[in-house]
Design a protein around this ligand. Structure first.
Ligand code: NDP
Length: 227
């Protein structure tokens, strides 16, 4: 099995795990479509990939908008005619205590971390079904298993991703030959904490992470490549 010349879509490719995953899959021979909101960062990644001889399509993508997910996938079909792999990676983690009622942030987390996974999956599924092959990789988290104070909504979104992945695997594997992998990284050194708006909590989490041995984005990218 090789991913040489496979067409891979990676959401949230402008930083952290998504950025390194796109680069890693490209180095392994895949053609990669990279999406996120920060187009300057996407451009940088696009240039890096091209410099290494890779084939890449980059496009602004907000996964909370169904039409943007559909357009992104349509662009991929237009350029390469098919899709083999979707990495649902885009995510945010503006954690806060429930009693502070940061309801807008709860909604945003649900929209990006879960609704975005649904929209992108729905956008690629007809193509994978038609060719009876493909692979959907969902980036969940150990937080889907271990709930912590201030993290309940984030953990809930990741538990939803894990449950959805399991349902997808059960429905799409037999008969349709579509593989589904749910990756659950532990703490990984990325910009993820930047979305926390409670400054004292952000500092506290940052300090506690400093005292633990974190994974690097490349560790997760290699796990995705292995899958
Ligand atoms: P980063 O903050 O570095 O990356 C998050 C990515 O998601 C960025 O590229 C960001 O791009 C993108 N993103 C955010 N909102 C949207 C949106 N509305 N539409 C499209 N893209 C969006 O963090 P990580 O690399 O750590 O996060 C990647 C995934 O890994 C997330 O799902 C996260 O939950 C998960 N994870 C991370 C862990 C960690 O410890 N770091 C542990 C376990 C799981 P942009 O802002 O340009 O849109």
């Amino acid at each position: 099995m090789t991913i040489k010349n496979k067409i891979a879509i990676i959401t949230g490719a402008s930083s952290g795990i998504g950025y390194v995953t796109a680069f890693t899959l490209s180095k392994a021979g895949a053609k990669v479509a990279i999406g996120a909101r920060r187009t300057d960062r996407l451009k940088q990644l696009e240039n890096e990939i091209k410099k290494c001889g890779g084939d890449v399509l980059s496009q602004k993508l907000d996964v909370t908008k169904k039409d943007e997910c559909d357009t992104f996938v349509n662009q991929v079909i237009k350029k390469w005619g098919t899709i083999d792999i979707l990495v649902n990676n885009a995510g945010i983690m503006p954690i806060s205590l429930i009693e502070n009622l940061k309801v807008n942030e709860w909604e945003h987390m649900v929209d990006v971390n879960f609704r975005g996974v649904l929209y992108c999956t729905a956008a690629v599924l007809p193509y994978l079904k038609e060719k009876k092959s493909g692979h959907i990789v969902n980036v969940s988290s150990t937080a889907s298993k271990i709930v912590f104070p201030s993290g309940s909504i984030y953990c809930a979104t990741k538990r939803a991703v894990t449950a959805f992945s399991e349902g997808l695997r059960q429905e799409l594997g037999p008969g349709l030959n579509i593989r589904v992998t749910c990756i659950m990284p532990g703490t990984t050194e990325t910009d993820l904490l930047n979305s926390i708006t409670d400054e004292s909590l952000k500092k506290m989490v940052g300090e506690s992470i400093k005292n633990t041995q974190s994974l690097k984005p490349k560790d997760i990218a290699d796990a995705i490549l292995f899958a």
